[in-house]
Write a protein that binds this ligand. Structure first.
Ligand SMILES: CC(C)(COP(=O)(O)OP(=O)(O)OC[C@H]1O[C@@H](n2cnc3c(N)ncnc32)[C@H](O)[C@@H]1OP(=O)(O)O)[C@@H](O)C(=O)NCCC(=O)NCCS
Length: 174
């Protein structure tokens, strides 16, 4: 399958909001109440919020497209707000990596991850890191393949009133 990776532009805001909602819903439905889910989707993936993020040049969003349609996306940013410790290094946070369910296991996530790692290397980052839900085994296996290790840090990531915990993984670059 031919995949193109390209930066997401402001004019793509509606498409980004849609794929963000769909993939978040598919990943986490059943792990929280439906009310919590719906308010989370509305809070984080409403059009105005997505547009604000897309106007920030330091907030990197890319689509993976197949046949001109988005089938996955990645978001990364140099952001030390949540984790002071990683200020010791030049660190890049992988904020999101989501592929539409029917495209899992087809190498699209690999292409997005390779793109991210190359970006980090070319921009002289020393460390890349990410948070993953402690019960998201598939994603953890995927990150393991890329040499991400458990930093030992845990982070609350509630969906509405439903408490959830993320593991923070990191990978030091050469
Ligand atoms: C995480 C994600 C990007 C990985 O992409 P993918 O195309 O599914 O990745 P792969 O199939 O290459 O790798 C997944 C690994 O988990 C394994 N796996 C698949 N289903 C699994 C399951 N139910 N339990 C445990 N492992 C599983 C696969 O066998 C594979 O490991 P292997 O290469 O050793 O066989 C993709 O699954 C996704 O978008 N998931 C939903 C969103 C998400 O969870 N994003 C991450 C948020 S932190």
């Amino acid at each position: 399958m031919e995949i193109t990776i390209r930066r997401i532009l402001l004019r793509d805001a509606a498409a980004l909001a849609e794929i963000s909602r769909q993939t978040f819903y598919d990943t986490f439905t059943g792990t929280c109440t439906e009310d919590d889910m719906q308010s989370f989707l509305e809070q984080y993936f409403n059009l105005a919020q997505v547009q604000t993020e897309l106007t920030n040049p330091d907030d990197y969003y890319f689509f993976a497209e197949a046949g001109g349609r988005p089938v996955g996306y990645i978001r990364f940013m140099e952001d030390y707000n949540n984790w002071e410790l990683v200020k010791k290094w030049k660190a890049l946070e992988l904020k999101r990596l989501y592929v539409i369910q029917q495209y899992h296991g087809k190498g699209i996530a690999q292409q997005l991850m390779d793109f991210f790692i190359l970006f980090a290397q070319q921009n002289k980052y020393q460390l890349v890191w990410l948070g993953v839900w402690e019960h998201n085994v598939r994603a953890q296996k995927f990150y393991e393949k890329y040499g991400f290790a458990d930093s030992g840090h845990r982070h609350d990531f509630p969906i509405g009133d439903t408490a959830q915990t993320d593991k923070w993984l990191w990978k030091f670059l050469e």
